[in-house]
Write a protein that binds this ligand. Structure first.
Ligand code: SF4
Ligand code: SF4
Length: 390
């Protein structure tokens, strides 16, 4: 599974699920806002995650499961178990790693076994990571993973399009991998790695007028996120992932007691989430609670459930078939615009094109082929007939 396809699915409601396997990490990157460190022990029990993923079925599943942390490869057997279970239902698995194991000069056997079960592997790289793991070691490990037949990509972070680090590292990747490995380039923001695959857009309006009332849809409210305590949230905003109690409209369940079908149903059917995905939280506040002062984009969103006038208006407007159609139309439009356009809005625009490089692994004879993308990428009632998802 290539990076472009993965990112292209990001606006599809319930098209994917983000699963944080542990907050623990062997590295101590200066910019880590998940508070990850070797001694941190916050992670959902393996059996709860396995139970949840085993509830995926051929007829009702996310198209992709993204494993992250902390460092997900600290639980290599769990990675392999979840990926195999997901694959049996037709869900493909991607993983984002901080590359701690690259310091040892090669892939340790448990890591190798876990990586072989994946459909996509992404390596984090930025100035802070390079102080922990040298770039050359990361490149060596990524080369080895490609040789296993797994599609790879880099996840780069810098301070913006003028950051000399980004110019240097992207040129180095181009030279080293001959343009065959894609990169997702993000700007450093107030949240950690788990959130950085897809964050709320920083459009000009959002920058100039924080919390302003324009229609700024949140594509990040599309994929459920399993947090470090097993709670399932509606998005990957780090504050939303970490704060308890979670706002009721952003809490989709818990892996100890809910299955994928119920999490997906809440994702798709919530009137507030439908409107957050289609017009965004600032517009909702301004339209139905005009006396409430503007906050931050996500702060406005977290407060929506406390505003009875907004909840009532959302129920009246978006609870029925019209709300589902509005949501589906917005998702289709964003999906149709493709991954480069999505990264232009949500990542570092100057490097958006890099998301589309072919990053496929070198196929080996024993590589189990990934199942074809399922037409269930828009699950019912979002199903698209006729073989196209756009
Ligand atoms: S930024 Fe990533 S690799 Fe670095 S300490 Fe945090 S979780 Fe680990
Ligand atoms: S808090 Fe709301 S606006 Fe922010 S990313 Fe989550 S769903 Fe989107």
């Amino acid at each position: 599974m290539e990076l472009a396809e993965l990112i292209g699915l990001r606006p599809v409601p319930a098209g994917g699920v983000l699963v944080t396997l542990t907050r623990r990490c062997p590295l101590r990157c200066a910019h880590c806002s998940t508070g990850s460190a070797p001694e941190v022990r916050e992670e959902p029990p393996a059996e709860e995650l396995e139970r949840f993923v085993s509830s995926f079925s051929a007829a009702d599943r996310p198209e992709v499961m993204m494993l992250t942390g902390g460092e997900p490869l600290l639980r290599p057997r769990l990675v392999a178990a979840l990926a195999r279970s997901a694959r049996a239902a037709g869900t493909r698995t991607a993983l984002l790693s901080g590359m701690f194991f690259a310091r040892s000069g090669g892939l340790p056997e448990p890591v190798r076994r876990a990586v072989r079960t994946l459909d996509h592997f992404s390596a984090s790289l930025d100035l802070h990571h390079e102080r922990e793991v040298p770039r050359a070691a990361v490149f060596r490990a990524v080369r080895e993973i490609r040789r296993l037949g797994v599609a790879v990509s880099f996840h780069l972070t810098g301070t913006g399009e003028d950051d000399p680090y980004l110019a240097d590292v992207t040129a180095d990747i181009e030279r080293t991998f001959g343009g065959a490995v894609p990169s997702l380039v993000n700007e450093v923001r107030p949240f950690g790695r788990a959130a950085s695959w897809a964050r709320p857009a920083r459009t000009a309006a959002a920058r100039d007028e924080p919390g302003g009332g324009g229609a700024l849809p949140c594509a990040m409210a599309a994929w459920p996120v399993v947090a470090f305590d097993g709670t399932v949230l509606a998005c990957c905003n780090q504050d939303t992932v970490d704060r308890r109690p979670a706002p009721p409209h952003l809490r989709l369940g818990h892996v100890a007691e809910d299955d994928w079908a119920s999490v997906r149903a809440r994702t798709l059917r919530s009137p507030l989430l439908r409107l957050v995905r289609t017009v965004g939280p600032a517009h909702l506040r301004q339209r139905w609670a005009p006396g409430v002062p503007a906050g931050s984009y996500c702060g406005d969103c977290r407060a929506l459930g406390d505003r009875s006038e907004v909840v009532a208006a959302a129920g009246a407007l978006a609870a029925g078939a019209a709300g589902a159609l509005l949501d589906l139309t917005a998702a289709r439009q964003q999906h149709a615009q493709g991954p480069v356009a999505l990264v232009r809005r949500h990542g570092c625009a100057a490097y958006a094109d890099l998301v589309a490089a072919p990053g496929g692994g070198e196929q080996t004879p024993d590589q189990t082929p990934s199942p074809s993308p399922s037409p269930a990428a828009y699950p019912a009632p979002y199903q698209v007939t006729g073989g196209t998802r756009t």
